[in-house]
Write a protein that binds this ligand. Structure first.
Ligand code: BES
Ligand code: MN
Ligand code: ZN
Length: 499
């Protein structure tokens, strides 16, 4: 779907979107359209419960004298309701209304009242962004869907006075959406198609955007001493990989230490010999969601040419049972030199991240490291699907992450860490074991990771509850959410681009 911005102009065909505020107060453009159509909008409002409240949508079909397929009236609510995030959500609602109709083209006419503080250009850009984000579909394997059942909205034009400013604001948002879509694509892809090697070649495509991509194979990982990561993949016929992405967008003169993002890329998690139950196991294709967010983030940063040096590191493995699979009780040696007794082969994400984190701090000496992982079922018990779990050794990084999450609607909730939890990882025969008791399962997982970050400021985002949605969200269709891309892009933009 293409989103464009130009001067005010009411269309003669297609769908038209106009706005109303709380109390069903029509915008200037809406009033004009109402007049042109013999009062069609006011009549429709009178026959409905539409009040112009935040997020309300009213569709007026085939309005008189207009040639239009329909008019969508979108409610912005009170002036204080008009925030960037609310406008994105409204864009999502507008898209959803238009996706059902068969409209190919829509025009959105903006003429906001003076009382609204958010500039019209920003309103337009955010509505367009929300529409684009909501327009995502993963339908490449549906060969029998009837054309008439598919959404076909291909073009959305915005009309407003300050269209030049809207274009400028929208351009980077469009690139962020590209990143979000890449993450959603990767996470949606089934594990027979997306396995470590094919995944690594997908990531190679970022080279076109100026990202340096290195693919480290098993021989290389062995040499580096990544026994923890390799142990997870050894039961699979698929080889394991570590992929390193570098985006150097800061001025060459700045010599800034990079920021680093690390992702769990378990392309399928059967649990290994500690096999998961069959029910719902298909969901575990999403277990590379953390890495998917890192890849999408790198795409977004490169796409919008962010003025930052950013590293992305993803550990790609498949966790399978098999004749060569790792056994419960095995002891592996991580790149850090620390030994791990693998009590449960289903606690594999932390084993992958242990080596990926150690490698990242050792090689790049970053300002901070943030890892993302669909790490524990327990975080879903704690936070459901509302917040990502945030664990960190650095209060300042926490503050920034929480603020970025609020701003983007990808929220985080800080969880506790500490000595008492760490104790649970004591092993009789190695430096640590890979699981504690069931209690506080997300926290002991975080404690485990913390042992591999050295003294670098670090945050772990447990996104097991937020990487996938079974219900429609404002700007996210059912399925892979792309959670993390917007959040971390915002973190970089607000705090680390040296503006
Ligand atoms: N990938 C799973 C976490 C997960 C489970 C995400 C369910 C979403 C839904 C992870 O590898 C895992 O299996 N974790 C175990 C840890 C346990 C063995 C300590 C879990 O959460 O049950
Ligand atoms: Mn597992
Ligand atoms: Zn897993």
């Amino acid at each position: 779907m293409r989103v464009t911005f130009a001067g005010s102009a009411l269309p003669k065909k297609g769908a038209l979107v106009v706005f109303a505020a709380e109390g069903a107060v029509l915008s200037a453009a809406a009033q004009t359209v109402d007049k042109n159509t013999g009062g069609a909008i006011k009549r429709a409002i009178g026959a409905s419960r539409f009040k112009g409240s935040k997020g309300q949508i009213l569709a007026v079909s085939a309005p008189h004298n207009s040639g239009l397929s329909r008019i969508i009236v979108a409610g912005v609510g009170k002036p204080v309701d008009v925030t960037p995030l609310a406008m994105e959500a409204l864009g999502g609602k507008i898209y959803a209304a238009l996706a059902k109709t068969g409209d190919k083209e829509a025009h959105v006419e903006l003429s906001p009242a003076k009382a609204i503080k958010l500039p019209a250009a920003e309103m337009a850009a955010r509505i367009g962004y929300g529409m684009r984000l909501k327009s995502y579909r993963f339908d490449k394997y549906r060969t029998k869907e009837k054309a008439e059942d598919k959404p076909c909205l291909a073009k959305v034009s915005f009309g407003l006075k300050d269209f030049a400013a809207a274009r400028k604001l929208y351009a980077p948002l469009d690139k962020i959406a590209d990143g979000v879509f890449m993450t959603r694509d990767l996470v949606s892809e089934p594990a027979n198609v997306l396995y470590p090697e094919s995944y690594a070649s997908e990531i190679k495509a970022l080279t076109k955007l100026g990202v340096k991509v290195e693919v480290l194979d098993e021989a290389k990982l062995k040499k580096l001493g990544m026994g923890s990561l390799l142990g997870v993949g050894q039961g699979s016929i698929r080889d394991s990989f570590l992929v390193v992405m570098q985006w150097n967008g800061a001025p060459a003169s700045s010599k800034e230490a990079p920021v680093a993002f690390v992702g769990k890329g378990v392309t399928f998690d059967t649990g290994g010999i500690s096999l998961k139950p069959a029910g719902g196991m298909e969901d575990m294709k999403f277990d590379m969601g953390g890495s998917g967010a890192v890849v999408g983030l790198m795409k977004a940063l490169a796409g919008r040419k962010a003025k930052v040096n950013a590293i992305g590191v993803v550990g790609l493995v498949e966790n399978m049972p098999g004749g060569n699979a790792q056994r419960p009780g095995d002891v592996v040696t991580s790149m850090s030199g620390q030994t791990i007794e693998v009590i449960n082969t289903d606690a594999e994400g932390r084993l992958v991240l242990a080596d990926a984190l150690w490698y990242t701090q050792d090689r790049f000496k970053p300002k901070f490291m943030i890892n993302l992982a669909t790490l524990t079922g327990a975080i879903i018990v704690s936070l459901a699907h509302e917040y990502g779990g945030l664990f960190s050794n650095d209060d300042d990084l926490v503050k920034k992450l929480v603020a970025a999450g609020e701003a983007e609607g990808e929220k985080l909730w800080r969880m506790p860490m500490g000595e008492v939890y760490d104790k649970q990882l004591t092993s009789q025969i190695a430096d640590m074991k890979n699981v504690g008791t069931r209690d506080g399962g997300s926290i002991t997982a975080a404690q485990f990771l913390k042992r591999f970050v050295n003294d670098v400021p670090w945050a772990h985002l447990d996104i097991a509850g937020t990487a996938w949605t079974k219900t429609e969200l404002d700007t996210v269709p059912k399925g892979a959410t792309g959670y993390g891309v917007r959040l971390l892009n915002r973190l970089v933009e607000d705090y680390f681009e040296g503006k």
